[in-house]
Design a protein. Structure first.
Length: 329
């Protein structure tokens, strides 16, 4: 295991992080604060996620992918609110394996995704720990005043949609741990999804304009729809057969004896970072046009009814889940 580079905190900041700083608001990372001006007619939206070695990423994962995953899971939260990201605060807890090459790799990952998503570093902190590595990011975004999409707006009669494919996050974890018997190309695609998921930033505007409630799928589709249903005071009904899967997801299910059990595992696995949302039926055609314009898969999987919780069906029969998703202790 490589020793931590003796350059220390301040050289790490100046050599690696300062080039990532916002040219104005980050103050060159030479101050204790960032100063962000207000934006007329907009609300400032903030979200924060942390990832820890051995919990959210493997000790063998390259740190450039760890940095990109950290940024992307935060961007996913903003996308589900309909917000436009612009900057972030970062805290790094370097473990003994995080020498200078690993720190450089981490910043290379940040640099790549800053360019991809149009965000910049505003400030943060960096420390050394004898325990596992951990990283925390606070992402900031703008949204027109009063337009943030919450979990609490779903109404009886709304339809339930989800972007992309469900299940690839959990399958990706299986892939990176060499637990899948799929062909090499599909294993590679699933591994990439696990390490660098794709936040649906491009779909934030349609979510803002048409969704009545929304959430990003991080804990598992069933669990997250349950959060949305609880906040909205409604019941969400979905058909498992309608849940969208990737080609790899279909291949994995085809190898299972019990299709229902396989689908149950995929909709409770988590780490998908898709957007699940509700919207009035009258907006379905417009939502599909917006998704097609962005070359994004969009699937209607259910409906909002009176009641509470999530009701899933398979083959017309109710499904009872032993667990609905991932939870931290």
């Amino acid at each position: 295991m490589p020793a931590v580079d003796v350059a220390g905190e301040f050289e790490t900041i100046q050599r690696l992080f300062a080039p990532l700083a916002h040219p104005e608001w980050g103050r060159g990372l030479a101050d204790d604060v960032a100063v962000v001006p207000s934006r007329a007619g907009h609300d400032l939206v903030l979200t924060k996620d942390a990832i820890v070695e051995g919990v959210h990423f493997l000790p063998t994962d390259p740190l450039d992918t760890v940095a990109r995953k950290l940024m992307r899971v935060n961007l996913s939260d903003l996308a589900a609110k309909g917000a436009e990201p612009f900057g972030y605060l970062l805290a790094c807890h370097w473990s003994p394996r995080c020498g200078w090459p690993e720190r450089t790799s981490f910043c290379d990952g940040l640099r790549l995704d800053q360019k991809t998503f149009g965000v910049a570093l505003l400030g943060g902190d960096t420390v050394v720990t004898p325990g596992p590595a951990g990283f925390s990011m606070t992402m900031l975004g703008w949204i027109p005043k009063g337009r943030t999409v919450s979990r609490a707006g779903a109404r009886v009669g709304d339809l339930v949609f989800v972007t992309g494919a469900i299940g690839d996050g959990w399958l990706g974890l299986e892939a990176v741990q060499d637990r899948l018997s799929l062909d090499a190309e599909r294993v590679a695609a699933l591994s990439d999804h696990y390490r660098t998921p794709t936040p649906r930033v491009a779909f934030a505007l349609p979510v803002r304009d048409m969704a009545s409630a929304a959430i990003d799928v991080s804990d598992g589709l069933i669990a997250d729809l349950g959060h949305l249903a609880g906040a909205s005071g409604v019941r969400i009904e979905i058909d498992l057969e309608l849940v969208p899967l990737s080609a790899a997801g279909h291949a994995w299910c085809d190898d299972r004896v019990d299709e229902q059990a396989a689908l149950e595992r995929l909709v409770t696995g988590g780490d998908d970072y898709e957007i699940a949302f509700t919207a009035p039926a009258r907006d379905e055609a417009a939502l599909r046009r917006e998704a097609e314009r962005r070359h994004l898969r969009l699937t209607r999987i259910g409906r909002v009814t009176a009641g509470e919780g999530v009701a899933a069906r398979f083959g017309g029969q109710p499904v009872a889940f032993d667990r609905t998703g991932y939870t931290h202790g």
